[in-house]
Design a protein around this ligand. Structure first.
Ligand SMILES: Nc1ncnc2c1ncn2[C@@H]1O[C@H](COP(=O)(O)OP(=O)(O)OP(=O)(O)O)[C@@H](O)[C@H]1O
Ligand SMILES: [Mg+2]
Length: 452
């Protein structure tokens, strides 16, 4: 990155200009020089400089301090390093207050300057990256605080806005942690029903008898322990939205009950005579492949067709890797604020590693990791070393592509061989034995995969 940078050296001493231009040539794409502030401003209007090194004392009507302010006013992303003479440290401090990145004390030590320049450029490019993220965050067409710039999520948001206006029954598909509950809430919040209740019920968490009472309510004394009349979810969601989470986990008997309500719009509380009518809007969610469950006979096909009027499919996080940096930034801010920590930045390497990870737990997993990092990493810059080392995907080069079975098997084989080698201290005989293959085969495979 640093070899793309442009540097401008502003000093009235030709020796310093020449020395720095030569000494920094390798750090930058261009190193230009200027003799005074006006010349510097002239150069700035022609070329974009990531770094400006300026003497505090400049001839003419503008000092290096004023130049610093002017440069940062025109382009706040620029890193400015000021050069100051011994005994004039106050001016250096003044420059820092005006927003300079660092200062150098004369006589100029080239090696030291190189280090400072590298540091400034690294910092500067991180800042630029963050700024870009912020603008991307700002115009991401999100709903309900959900992040999603990728086409698939934009599509989901569009669908949500559209169907929220209707009473159509929605079935949300998606792996665990992809945001199904958030989408269900958004469907409610964006709907004309938003003033009434959003009632979530997890159908996987309750045994059959309790589930029935949870959904339909019960009359006082209808069973042991029913000391009071209790309205069920259908009643509580009246004029609102009923969210049936993990709908495929419902026991068979409850599936029949639910089907009846969906067909007739009517139900009674347990132990009750009166037929009650529901007008709750239904949203359900599952992380299973329902069609498979129907084939297995564990989920009723007729119920499926009642629930599956409008399907909304949430992509897995690894299918929308471009959104990962946005989510990192979002949750980093969120948790720094919540835990009262100073703001952190992720190095580009760390962002890249996170972007390539597999994320079986999707956004929930990413969110939990960012929270852990915010709480446990003391450094301001989060680096790859701070990340757990089980994040790496198996196929680094093609994390998001379908492979043939043979290719997948090779990747797995390679991993297993590596593991076995390290478990057996690279002893080939023991490794081959552990793997159940001959030493010759092991050699062959190691050559093939370049494992030495
Ligand atoms: N698009 C998004 N932007 C930001 N945060 C999100 C997004 N989607 C989900 N999250 C967050 O990820 C976490 C998991 O979301 P949610 O509970 O909605 O997932 P789920 O699909 O219902 O998961 P499960 O199947 O495990 O119940 C929550 O903390 C949620 O706030
Ligand atoms: Mg959920």
């Amino acid at each position: 990155m640093s070899n793309k940078a442009n540097i401008l050296v502003v000093d009235d001493e030709p020796n310093i200009r020449r020395g720095l231009a030569k000494g920094l040539a390798r750090e930058a794409e261009h190193v230009d020089t200027a003799e005074n502030a006006n010349e510097a401003l002239e150069s700035i209007s022609h070329r974009n400089y990531q770094l400006i090194i300026a003497d505090v004392r400049l001839p003419g009507d503008m000092s290096g301090l004023e130049l610093t302010s002017e440069v940062l006013k025109r382009n706040p992303g620029t890193a400015v390093i000021v050069i100051t003479a011994h005994g004039t440290l106050e001016t250096a401090v003044d420059a820092m207050r005006r927003g300079a990145f660092d200062f150098i004390i004369k006589p100029v030590d080239l090696e030291l300057i190189r280090q400072q320049v590298r540091k400034a450029l690294a910092h500067q490019s991180l800042k630029a990256e963050n700024r870009e993220l912020k603008t991307r965050l700002a115009d991401a067409g999100e709903i309900a605080g959900m992040i999603g710039k990728c086409a698939a999520m934009q599509d989901v948001f569009r669908q949500v806005r559209q169907v929220a206006q209707t009473d159509a029954t929605v079935l949300i598909h998606g792996e665990s942690g992809t945001g199904k509950e958030l989408i269900a809430r958004a469907l409610h919040d964006l709907s004309p029903r938003k003033e009434a209740s959003f009632v979530p019920v997890n159908l996987g968490a309750l045994p059959e008898t309790l589930l029935e009472s949870e959904l339909f309510g019960h009359e006082k004394g209808s069973f042991t322990g029913a000391a009071r009349m209790k309205p069920g979810c259908f009643e509580r969601a009246s004029r609102g939205t009923l969210f049936l989470d993990e709908v495929t986990e419902m026991p068979p008997k409850s599936q029949v009950d639910l089907l009846r309500v969906l067909e007739t719009g009517q139900f009674n509380r347990i132990g009750g005579e009166a037929l009650l009518t529901t007008d709750a809007r239904l949203v359900s969610a599952t992380n299973k492949d329902i069609l498979e469950l129907i084939e297995d006979g564990t989920f009723r096909e007729d119920l499926y067709y009642r629930l599956y009027i409008v399907p909304i499919k949430l992509p897995a996080l690894r299918e929308r890797r471009d959104d990962i940096p946005l989510l990192i930034e979002h949750y980093m801010r969120h948790f720094c604020h919540r835990h009262n920590r100073p703001k952190k930045q992720f190095s580009s390497d760390a962002i890249q590693t996170l972007s390539l990870a597999n994320w079986p737990g999707n956004i929930r997993q990413l969110r939990n990791l960012i929270e852990r990092i915010v709480v446990t990493v003391p450094d301001e810059i989060v680096k790859v070393e701070h990340l757990p080392n089980d994040l790496a995907p198996r196929t680094k080069e093609r994390p998001n592509q379908l492979t043939t079975l043979a290719e997948a098997a090779e990747v797995a084989e390679q991993e297993v061989i590596k593991l076995a080698l390290s478990a057996n201290d690279c002893h080939r005989g023991a490794t081959a034995k552990a793997l159940g293959i001959s030493v010759r085969t092991l050699h062959y495979k190691m050559n093939r995969y370049g494992l030495h």
